[in-house]
Design a protein around this ligand. Structure first.
Ligand SMILES: CCCCCCCC/C=C\CCCCCCCC(=O)SCCNC(=O)CCNC(=O)[C@H](O)C(C)(C)COP(=O)(O)OP(=O)(O)OC[C@H]1O[C@@H](n2cnc3c(N)ncnc32)[C@H](O)[C@@H]1OP(=O)(O)O
Length: 174
């Protein structure tokens, strides 16, 4: 298993998927019970990911008290989950359903409770089934990121990949 973010010298051709919503429009939830975006998840981030230009997406998240690592700042795992969600949604702009294979996060500054986190992600390249995605987070000034992430997602056949687990999803409904 590889374990480093190593961009390919040349990307496979990529084009914006015709069914992806236009810039400023929300991208549909992939699963209503998803911890990252699901409206029906008992606990979760409920991120609304918005399509941008090209291969970009964005989202905003208010850092609530329950997200605390602390004291007074976001937990690194919560930030990583938010990155995972937005990074994993970006490949939909090229029509690729994916799962996370590799995710690196650099935490640059503490992120206070109560702040609004602006998350931006962009697909940089594709090589066979691997999709290389970068993201950053800021608190209102894009020139001053508080964290960045680099990731490799792997394209999957949605039906086959989750075939063995779908019944558990139904049973674990609250
Ligand atoms: C939560 C569910 C989300 C579902 C989303 C579906 C719909 C999408 C729509 C909307 C997205 C919304 C946003 C979602 C955000 C959250 C996403 C998550 O949190 S996903 C859960 C955590 N991740 C897993 O559970 C994967 C567990 N791992 C696996 O299932 C396999 O390892 C998998 C599929 C990643 C690869 O297995 P193989 O057998 O299919 O393929 P092989 O041949 O091993 O790898 C393919 C290529 O990828 C490289 N690769 C694999 N693992 C790598 C790694 N760790 N680092 C670097 N490269 C890796 C390999 O070297 C190979 O590359 P070469 O083409 O040969 O160059």
């Amino acid at each position: 298993m590889e374990n480093a973010f190593d961009l390919p010298a040349v990307s496979d051709p990529m084009s914006r998927h015709p069914k992806i919503p236009g810039p400023g429009e929300p991208i549909r939830l992939h699963h209503s019970l998803c911890y990252g975006c699901g409206d029906d998840a008992p606990i979760g981030l409920r991120l609304k990911v918005i399509a941008g230009e090209g291969f970009t997406v964005s989202a905003q998240m208010v850092v609530e008290q329950w997200m605390q690592g602390g004291p007074g700042v976001i937990h690194g795992g919560v930030l990583t989950a938010a990155f995972d969600e937005i990074l994993g949604t970006a490949p939909l702009t090229i029509g690729a359903p994916v799962v996370t294979a590799h995710l690196e996060v650099d935490f640059a500054k503490p992120i206070p409770l109560g702040s609004t986190l602006h998350l931006d992600a962009e697909v940089l390249a594709k090589e066979r089934r691997k999709v290389f995605v970068r993201a950053s987070a800021h608190l209102g000034d894009p020139e001053n990121p508080v964290a960045t992430a680099h990731s490799i997602f792997v394209e999957i056949d949605l039906k086959k990949h989750f075939a063995a687990y779908r019944d558990d999803a139904a049973q674990s409904r609250p």
